[in-house]
Ligand binder design. Structure first.
Ligand code: ATP
Ligand code: MG
Length: 229
């Protein structure tokens, strides 16, 4: 029976930041489930609650109300630089993060070269991260996130800053995750990527789930809307 349980199940999920007059409801009473092996896209204007929703799924924030349960191991790329030390070089950051994210120290060492190669950052492996560009940070973070063991991968906007070569590498990775039956939640403003990769799309607006369905239905209802509110 457990094999048929959803990978992710959110019921009445809500998150408010701050208190009283400062209170900001970021995610409001959102319910959905994601089947094992399914790819869910999360779209919506800036500030609509996408990153907050991913952090709730990752367990980075406790919900203000409602519940979210996840089956299996989660790897989350939700906020750049979290877990990275800007003073340390890329190689040391991979070792530390890989270990924190579940790799045995020996495996983390073995995997460091593989991660650097995947990120195409071998030539700057010994430079401190504070000297990295935004795109280099994203490449490193994504490479680490997909090299640790996971059943459910949460990815918050990696396509806007990555160059073409990185985007191709990401696309190849996602195809592999699909073949492996991994579950993926992908928040992005790059709608062609969402359309190409996702089985269903959740459209957030002001923290509320405005639509949830196949890309062919949800994307047309969103296109043409301004990207900020
Ligand atoms: N740490 C925080 N403290 C207070 N308010 C926050 C915090 N993080 C997000 N918010 C607020 O919560 C709301 C949702 O933000 P969130 O980052 O989830 O949106 P988003 O859909 O990911 O936006 P974007 O497209 O810009 O990435 C916004 O109003 C934002 O100002
Ligand atoms: Mg965001």
């Amino acid at each position: 029976m457990t094999a048929t349980r959803p990978a992710i199940e959110a019921v009445g999920l809500s998150k408010a930041y701050g208190r009283r007059e400062q209170r900001q409801v970021a995610v409001a009473d959102v319910s959905f489930s994601v089947e094992q092996g399914e790819f869910l896209g999360v779209i919506g204007p800036n500030g609509s609650g996408k990153s907050t929703l991913l952090k709730l799924i990752a367990g980075i924030y406790p919900p203000t109300a409602g519940t979210v349960s996840v089956q299996g191991t989660v790897s989350a790329l939700t906020e750049l630089g979290v877990g990275f030390s800007q003073e340390l070089d890329a190689r040391r950051n991979i070792l530390i993060n890989g270990t924190l994210l579940g790799l045995a120290p020996r495996d983390a060492r073995r995997m460091t070269d593989e991660i650097l190669a995947f990120a195409e950052l071998e030539h700057v492996a010994d430079r401190p991260l504070k000297n990295f560009s935004t795109g280099m940070h994203v490449r490193l973070a994504f490479a680490v996130a997909v090299h640790v063991p996971f059943d459910v991968l949460l990815v918050d906007e990696i396509f806007l800053v990555g160059d073409l070569s990185f985007q191709e590498r990401c696309a190849e990775s996602f195809l592999r995750f699909r073949a492996e039956g991994k579950t993926v939640v992908l928040a992005s403003h790059v709608l062609p990527v969402i359309e190409a990769l996702c089985d269903r799309v959740l459209l957030l607006r002001n923290g509320v789930c405005e639509a949830l369905g196949p890309p062919s239905v949800v994307l047309p209802s969103y296109v043409g809307e301004p990207l900020s509110e």
